[in-house]
Ligand binder design. Structure first.
Ligand code: ATP
Ligand code: MG
Length: 306
């Protein structure tokens, strides 16, 4: 098991995100490689979190397999053996790809992020507190922070090249994509979230909100793409510690957030890059949380070779 800050594969690099590298595997396929980088408060830390990349990739793979009956997706495989069989030129990079890599069909991504919120938190709580609305739609008065919403709400966003994504209303999305496509994306997003939330509920995890992306393949089929219901694209809360009326502990990054919040409170970090150095205990505790999220959600421990 290799701890990896950044992959370097002998393939064309299409994109490098905060956490993942995207490579062109062949004209029809991409390889999504989740590194062990971690970001908090939108700053990428220098230290890598052991096993985090594999946890993210294998949680996505778990959902894609479960969602096979719900909608088409880009997922092909996240099995390292199969990927190396299909792309023998990656064999020399085995240690880098192992467990953390997903082979997907390439699509033309739709330039909107499909966010579904089941609980009132983050930027949604801020909007509600200030305006009584969520994604521009009025909500009942008197809701508290982290309240469970009676019906999940679709709150799309546009992908900003840098910095925060911009929340928009459903009408703005309709204006950009047309009625038919916008409604389909909303319906599919609800269906995926429902599947995830129902499963997670049986495992003691609340998926408070999550972000989906969709793309169109070369045949014109709409597919769910990117990562799905991972701790990086969603808020996971431990159900047994859910107390509305305040912010909730996060399943995965809480040790890191607590440490950074402490530094900020003491005036030892201003919340911007460059990040502070993380103590080994914080790195270890965060890694353990990611592994625990995987185990709880799927019901089995992340395999050593994943
Ligand atoms: N099947 C696919 N076809 C085409 N593009 C895809 C596909 N799946 C995912 N992508 C794209 O891959 C990119 C992943 O990079 P992204 O910048 O999101 O990385 P990240 O590490 O998640 O960083 P960030 O934290 O900034 O989101 C996204 O732009 C996403 O739209
Ligand atoms: Mg991303």
């Amino acid at each position: 098991m290799t701890v990896l800050t950044e992959s370097r594969l002998p393939l064309r690099l299409v994109r490098k995100g905060k956490v993942r590298e995207v490579y062109e595997a062949d004209p029809e396929h991409l390889l999504l490689v989740a590194s062990d980088r971690v970001s908090a408060f939108d700053v990428v830390m220098r230290e890598a979190i052991p096993r985090k990349g594999a946890v993210l990739t294998q949680i996505s793979a778990f959902w894609f397999e479960k969602l096979g009956a719900v909608l088409p997706s880009h997922f092909v495989t996240a099995r390292t053996g199969e990927i190396l069989r299909r792309f023998p030129n990656l064999r020399a990079s085995h240690a880098q790809v192992s467990g953390r890599t997903m082979l997907v069909r390439r699509t033309a991504p739709i330039a909107f992020e499909c966010v579904v919120r089941g609980y009132l938190t983050g930027s949604a709580w801020k909007e509600y507190r200030e305006q009584g609305t969520l994604a521009g739609e009025p909500l009942p008065a008197g809701l508290t922070e982290s309240a469970r919403l009676e019906r999940p709400i679709f709150s799309p966003a546009t992908k900003a090249e840098s910095g925060h994504d911009l929340n928009i209303t459903f009408d703005q999305m309709r204006a950009g994509l047309g009625d038919g496509l916008a409604q389909r994306l909303r319906d599919l997003s609800f269906a995926v979230y429902q599947t995830g939330r129902d499963h997670a509920a049986t495992r003691g995890i609340i998926i408070a909100d999550t972000k989906f992306e969709f793309g169109t393949d070369s045949q014109g089929t709409l597919r769910l793409i990117d990562e799905v219901m991972t701790p990086d694209s969603s808020r996971f809360w431990p159900a047994d510690r859910y107390h509305p009326g305040q912010s909730q502990p996060s399943f995965d990054k809480q040790p890191l957030r607590d440490y950074l919040a402490g530094l900020k409170a003491e005036g030892r970090w201003n919340g911007e890059a460059p990040p502070p150095t993380l103590p080994a205990e914080v790195v270890g505790a965060t890694s353990a949380r990611y592994l625990e999220a995987f185990r709880l959600l799927t019901g089995f421990a992340l395999p050593e070779d994943a």
